[in-house]
Design a binder for this molecule. Structure first.
Ligand SMILES: Cc1cc2nc3c(=O)[nH]c(=O)nc-3n(C[C@H](O)[C@H](O)[C@H](O)COP(=O)(O)OP(=O)(O)OC[C@H]3O[C@@H](n4cnc5c(N)ncnc54)[C@H](O)[C@@H]3O)c2cc1C
Length: 397
């Protein structure tokens, strides 16, 4: 049994994405990283492959596939270009999947076909300049007017796909969390809004340059300045954001872990190849015990992350919650493992590993983001410890 390709359809999907990635993603990866440029047209073209709405229902233009399929696509793209894969994740997982599972019928019918085809590019805006891990510390707020429309004020920070080009064009549609008051127990009440390009008061504050890695994805600050959002763009009911987050976060973390797996696989492949080709002291360097330690340990880590990630993917039903222990667990383990494997690859490849042409230094830089974005390592440690307090028997199951 192959846990990473549990059916013939999954295997065919993997082969199709791998072939497409080799042909279209690989040739542009180095250049787009170096130039800090997002390949918008390449992302749009994934609509033709049916991958932009991979988990969305077919009736709205999606492919209706499962968590294993989502994992496969993120792994394959990241084995070539993690920066591009991050833009794909922000669109397809953070926006499209959120809308597909939490939006109203009207919102889904109106917006899903556009984001599944690639006509519109989506983003998700949770983080702010002064609030990241502390989600409830957000200050972006929304107030309802008498005519039912909402007025949003605030700034969102670090938003992948927040701008889609070099001219500061904002994402076509953004899934935005905003404070709408307090609940009966005095806690912050958060609500979700769909903000569309052209709505007054919605703009890009800045494209963020000079990132360590993920430079082929655009990261932006978004500004909502008395931004008018029609009543029908509130998602569900007032105060439902935590529900929306719970439904989506597990898939987000699983697919971020899948990105780490792609990075690990490529780094291991490159180091293994180099260790055969390179000779020193009249031997291939793979004959040296210290090099064998890098390769051997990387192989074992890679296989462990692959097994844990696909085990979690096979057990995750999209749109439901209840897999947090493992969605946090795979991201906690795999992201650091990927960074370590990329680091080992650079070490094995010596000076060549340190320059862009040989790929692994880019993978090493990209891997670091996965320890921060979508939940920091510390937040995963906190969640796992909390969940094991509530359910200690998870250890014995
Ligand atoms: C390239 C990139 C792309 C991103 N894309 C998006 C996006 O599309 N949408 C979006 O909403 N956000 C996005 N983010 C933001 C990302 O999710 C946040 O950076 C992340 O959640 C951490 O928040 P922070 O940066 O505010 O750090 P903070 O939350 O301020 O954390 C700083 C440090 O304190 C630690 N810390 C905080 N609280 C605790 C605690 N209770 N216990 C122990 N340690 C703690 C953290 O673990 C961390 O080490 C992106 C970030 C980057 C860099």
């Amino acid at each position: 049994m192959d846990i990473a390709n549990p059916s013939e359809e999954h295997l065919m999907l993997r082969e199709m994405v791998r072939e497409w990635t080799n042909e279209h993603v690989e040739p542009q990866a180095h250049e787009h990283d170096r130039d800090e440029k997002f390949n918008l047209e390449l992302l749009r073209s994934m609509g033709e492959l049916g991958l932009l709405g991979i988990s969305a229902p077919e009736e709205y233009g999606g492919a209706g596939l499962d968590a294993v399929a989502c994992t496969i696509v993120h792994e394959e793209l990241s084995a070539s270009d993690p920066g591009f894969a991050l833009a794909y994740l922000a669109h397809s997982m953070l926006f499209v999947n959120n809308l597909a599972y939490n939006g109203t019928e009207e919102q889904k019918a109106r917006i899903l076909p556009k984001v599944c085809s690639g006509e519109w590019i989506g983003a998700m805006a949770m983080s702010e300049p002064d609030a990241g891990t502390d989600v409830l510390g957000l200050s972006t707020n929304a107030v309802q007017r008498e005519d039912g429309a909402w007025v949003l004020n605030g700034r969102k920070m670090w938003i992948t796909n927040g701008c889609i080009d070099e001219d500061g064009t904002p994402a076509d549609v953004v899934w935005v969390y905003a404070r709408t008051g307090q609940d009966e127990r005095g806690r912050v009440q958060m609500s979700t809004f769909l903000v569309e390009a052209g709505m007054p008061g919605y703009s890009v504050g800045q494209k963020i340059y000079d990132k360590t890695g993920m430079r082929a994805s655009n990261t932006a600050e978004l500004v909502f300045d008395d931004c008018i959002v029609p009543a029908e763009n509130l998602v569900g009911d007032v105060g439902q954001s935590l529900l929306h987050m719970m439904g989506n976060l597990e898939l987000e973390r699983l697919t971020l872990a899948a990105m780490a797996l792609g990075i690990a696989r490529r780094a291991l492949y490159e180091m293994n190849r180099y260790a055969t080709e390179r000779t020193a002291f009249k031997s291939p360097i793979r004959d040296f015990g210290q090099i064998q330690r890098y390769i051997g340990e990387s192989w074992a880590k890679y296989r462990a992350m692959r097994a844990y990630i696909y085990d979690t993917a096979n057990n995750l039903t999209i749109g439901t919650s209840g897999q947090r222990l493992d969605s946090d667990g795979v991201k906690l383990f795999a992201t650091t493992a990927a960074k370590e494997i990329a680091d080992a690859a650079m070490q094995v490849m010596g000076g060549y590993g340190y320059v862009g042409e040989y790929h692994v230094e880019r993978l090493w830089r990209d891997a670091k983001l996965l320890e921060i974005g979508g939940g920091t390592l510390e937040s995963h440690q906190k969640n796992i410890t909390r969940d094991l307090f509530k359910d200690a028997e998870a250890i014995n199951r």
